[in-house]
Design a binder for this molecule. Structure first.
Ligand SMILES: *[C@@H]1O[C@H](CO)[C@@H](O)[C@H](O)[C@H]1NC(C)=O
Ligand SMILES: *[C@@H]1O[C@H](CO)[C@@H](O)[C@H](O)[C@H]1NC(C)=O
Ligand SMILES: *[C@@H]1O[C@H](CO)[C@@H](O)[C@H](O)[C@H]1NC(C)=O
Ligand SMILES: *[C@@H]1O[C@H](CO)[C@@H](O)[C@H](O)[C@H]1NC(C)=O
Ligand SMILES: *[C@@H]1O[C@H](CO)[C@@H](O)[C@H](O)[C@H]1NC(C)=O
Ligand SMILES: *[C@@H]1O[C@H](CO)[C@@H](O)[C@H](O)[C@H]1NC(C)=O
Ligand SMILES: *[C@@H]1O[C@H](CO)[C@@H](O)[C@H](O)[C@H]1NC(C)=O
Length: 769
């Protein structure tokens, strides 16, 4: 017998261990170390988890030892947010469902200051102001809201009055029909919630422990503070009360009530003073008459305004829960409020009240990101473990929009995510299918990551997607890929339907490009053409572009020394020379710029993006007439004016690249004109150091620098006839490189060539100086 009892007991214990949570509850013990999978709070039986999965920021602290015995377990640890103005938790929700969210920030000297007198900070629910936390009051901040996306951000904002912190965060899913006043545009923040006629009244929950009632008496874990007072007579009953689906006030709460203490007819159930003019109020009164032997009828006043159906007196039904709430929202100018019930002349019984809720309005009127975009980008964030300031709503408030995320307001006033920059985020794995859910995406930059696998088909079909991996190339999205034999490739894709380019002509160009093979031209490995989609497969250039290294995102210009710069442009010149003279028919690149000189291993340079390039139709033609194309700043003014395309247009653009390399500056600086004019003015001084990129720190051979700059000036000569051919440029750059190599050798073998050595005469040196 004894052993079978033991067995039953063991089974019960075992099954209890498996009850790890309450359905619809998420209870977060903030600041709890992630190494704990969670625990069941002995006071409430509620299962708490640590908060690591819900926020990226902050640090874990504990209330100081002298407070630990006074607090319930979830309040022992806190998460504090010493850095950043705004830090958020992301609470998982179901779009359109109703939730109660509760935040507590119980001060127990976690910061060692032992002073909570002036510590304050603000709470936001998504982009909307929720409330201000005063550490000294120790109240619970609770709001009932309608979830607008798959995540509800709960944000703590530092307002300059101390470091925000939080003890616990609780999310409770509610049935949709609960709290009818809650809509997409208004949430209800709990001011107080009172179980009339039960226990001792405290408006504020007892500092560390338990309020009157919560879970499990209340299946949704609402806090009900107990209230009795000498001005009232408390009533109670054990009768079953039929619940009302709009509020589902627990029976145990409805089974106590207050009525008048003497023979008066008026029952003042609540008076309060609130100086915060921001608050506007709603009161919800819950009735269940369990003394219904005689008629009971009364008027309900909220600051003298009569509530109740049609302003008529109210008669609570017997043993059935019923309610009356105020509408519209009300704010008293003097901050004094009262709720009073007054019996009518015909009522045999005085008024009674079973429960009272008081709410303030939290308008949900700030714009939010289109919920499906929010959900998709959150999935992406979680999938890759993105470590950025990706907290709260992605687009709002715009001041705290996510890093690298751009949003725009569509015609129907929906804010969509249109651009995501996740370059250099150390992403691993495959390209998330969730990107394809961002249907308004125009720019997606995934460069400098370690992503592999196939590109989701649906991604290339995103109708607005213009650019993948940074605004490079006029062609379309670019992906990184790896062929079966492990060769790294860049894949450019394009939806032909969005093109104005004739397909036949395009394919003819591709044909001719597949024949171009030179070690200084990025080779086209192949192309695929399937239905509406074209994909070009290029060799992969792991080190980005010359632009990146000089001024772009890599911005490591300072580390590209002069010798490397000269070698890079020499290699690029050799590639261009091959296009112009080594190909039959010759090819004009048409978009020569530092962004199209790509760098592979050991920073070897190759010309890329022949997407705009043109071939002569036959050898007898000396130029072609085409619409001007290219990139501002690099475009040959002559070509722009005449539309006559010859190699000399590429020469001009290449001259601009040479000037960029020498000066480290962009072609156009607003207010300072074009690089050709700027350099011309500086050359006139005869001082090459005023031209040279200051980041070189003077570490270059002066003649090498002069030679390159001279070459650049000739390439950018106004008249195309004065510009040299690529072969001549290659020769000059080789000399420039030789000079710099000699300097390097000299420096390393001790003798330093001073700047007093006169510049060597060069065939390119303008005579005017
Ligand atoms: C917080 O403030 C309250 C009210 O001023 C005070 O009674 C309490 O001792 C303070 N708590 C701590 C830990 O300083
Ligand atoms: C009134 O409240 C007190 C304190 O909670 C309780 O002891 C008493 O029984 C209550 N009276 C009635 C009539 O319910
Ligand atoms: C109410 O009670 C008080 C004393 O308890 C008595 O003086 C008064 O007459 C009563 N009023 C009515 C209207 O019964
Ligand atoms: C309740 O509020 C009304 C309107 O402000 C006021 O006239 C009345 O005196 C108040 N009653 C109490 C008991 O405070
Ligand atoms: C979006 O545009 C509409 C119309 O121009 C404007 O009224 C609205 O305020 C904008 N919304 C946001 C969130 O910018
Ligand atoms: C997006 O991510 C979520 C969570 O990782 C996943 O469940 C869902 O299947 C993904 N959606 C698509 C279209 O891949
Ligand atoms: C990139 O990912 C592959 C496969 O996951 C891994 O073998 C490789 O080491 C990673 N490279 C870098 C630079 O992290």
């Amino acid at each position: 017998m004894a052993s079978s009892v033991m067995l039953v007991l063991l089974v019960l214990l075992a099954s209890a261990v498996h009850v790890v949570g309450q359905p619809g509850f998420l209870s977060i013990d903030c600041g709890l170390d992630d190494k704990y999978s969670g625990y069941k709070d002995p006071d409430t039986g509620i299962f708490y988890v640590s908060d690591g999965a819900y926020t990226d920021a902050g640090q874990n602290l504990m209330v100081s030892p002298e407070y630990r015995s006074q607090v319930s377990r979830p309040q022992v640890t806190v998460r504090s947010f010493p850095s950043g103005v705004r830090n958020c938790y992301a609470l998982p929700t179901e779009t359109g469902a109703k939730y109660l969210v509760r935040l507590q920030a119980n001060y127990g000297n976690h910061d060692g200051k032992n002073d909570n007198s002036s510590l304050e900070f603000d709470l936001y629910l998504g982009p909307n102001y929720w409330d201000t936390v005063y550490a000294r009051t120790n109240v619970a901040y609770e709001t009932v809201f309608l979830a607008w996306a798959g995540w509800a951000p709960a944000c703590l904002v530092n307002t300059g009055r101390g470091t925000p912190y939080v003890s616990l965060l609780e999310l409770r899913k509610l049935p949709g029909e609960l709290y009818p006043p809650v809509t997409a545009s208004q949430a209800l923040a709990m001011y107080t919630r009172i179980n009339m006629g039960a226990g001792t009244f405290t408006r504020i929950p007892v500092f560390f422990c338990c309020p009157g009632q919560r879970f499990p008496s209340d299946q949704f874990d609402r806090y009900w503070w107990a209230s009795v007072g000498p001005q009232w007579r408390n009533l109670s009953s054990s009768s079953t009360i039929q619940l009302d689906p709009s509020f589902l006030v627990p029976s145990s709460v409805l089974q106590t009530a207050v009525t008048v203490a003497g023979n008066e007819t008026g029952l003042t159930v609540m008076t309060w003073e609130e100086s915060k003019t921001l608050y506007t109020f709603m009161v919800i009164l819950h009735f269940a008459d369990f003394q219904s032997s005689q008629p009971r009828e009364f008027d309900i006043f909220f600051n003298g305004n009569q509530l109740g159906p049609g302003g008529r007196p109210y008669s609570p039904p017997a043993l059935v829960s019923s309610w009356v709430y105020s509408s519209p929202w009300y704010r008293a100018d003097d901050g004094n409020y009262n709720v009073t019930l007054v019996a009518t002349a015909t009522s045999a019984l005085p008024p009674m009240l079973n429960a009272l809720e008081i709410y303030t309005l939290v308008p949900q009127d700030s714009p939010t990101t289109f919920s499906k975009d929010f959900d998709a980008i959150m999935s992406i964030k979680l999938e890759y473990g993105v470590k950025k300031n990706w907290m709260g709503d992605p687009c709002f408030p715009s001041k705290y929009a996510w890093d690298g995320v751009k949003c725009s307001n569509t015609s129907d006033n929906v804010v969509r995510i249109t651009s995501i920059d996740l370059s250099k985020c150390n992403l691993h794995g495959v390209i998330s299918k969730n990107f394809t859910l961002l249907t308004a995406l125009e720019n997606l930059d995934l460069s400098y990551n370690n992503l592999s696998g196939s590109i989701p088909d649906s991604l290339t079909s995103l109708s607005s997607l213009q650019v993948l991996f940074i605004g490079q190339g006029g062609f379309g999205p670019v992906y990184y890929g790896r062929l079966e034999d492990n060769i790294e490739v860049a894949v450019k894709t394009r939806s032909e339907s969005s093109s104005s380019h004739g397909l036949d002509q395009f394919l003819a160009e591709v044909e001719s490009l597949t024949k171009v093979h030179h070690r200084n031209i990025v080779s086209l490995i192949g192309y695929c053409w399937e239905k509406d989609h074209l994909a070009l497969v290029y060799e992969y250039m792991s080190q980005g572009s010359l632009f990146d290294h000089l001024r772009g995102k890599n911005a490591v210009g300072g580390t590209l020394n002069w010798k490397t710069r000269v070698r890079i442009v020499l290699e690029a010149a050799q590639g261009l020379d091959y296009l112009h003279k080594g190909c039959s028919p010759p090819i004009i690149h048409r978009d020569v710029k530092s962004g199209n000189i790509l760098l592979g291993r050991n920073l070897h340079a190759k010309i890329a993006d022949l997407g705009l390039s043109k071939t002569y139709l036959d050898d007898t033609q000396s130029h072609m007439s085409v619409t001007a194309a290219g990139t501002a700043g690099y475009m040959d003014p002559q070509y722009y004016l005449t539309g006559r395309l010859t190699e000399s247009s590429d020469m001009y653009s290449f001259g601009i690249v040479l000037l960029e390399v020498a000066t480290g500056e962009p072609p156009m600086v607003p207010g300072y004109g074009h690089i050709v004019q700027r350099v011309r003015q500086m050359i006139a001084t005869g001082d090459i150091s005023s031209v040279a990129d200051a980041r070189l720190g003077g570490a270059y051979d002066i003649n090498s620098m002069w030679k390159l700059v001279d070459t650049a000036m000739l390439c950018t000569a106004e008249s195309p006839a004065q510009r040299p051919g690529m072969a001549a440029v290659v020769a000059q750059l080789k000399e420039s490189l030789t000079l710099e190599e000699a300097r390097e050798k000299d420096t390393s073998t001790s003798v330093s060539r001073g700047s007093d050595i006169p510049p060597m005469a060069s065939t390119f040196r303008p005579m005017a100086r």
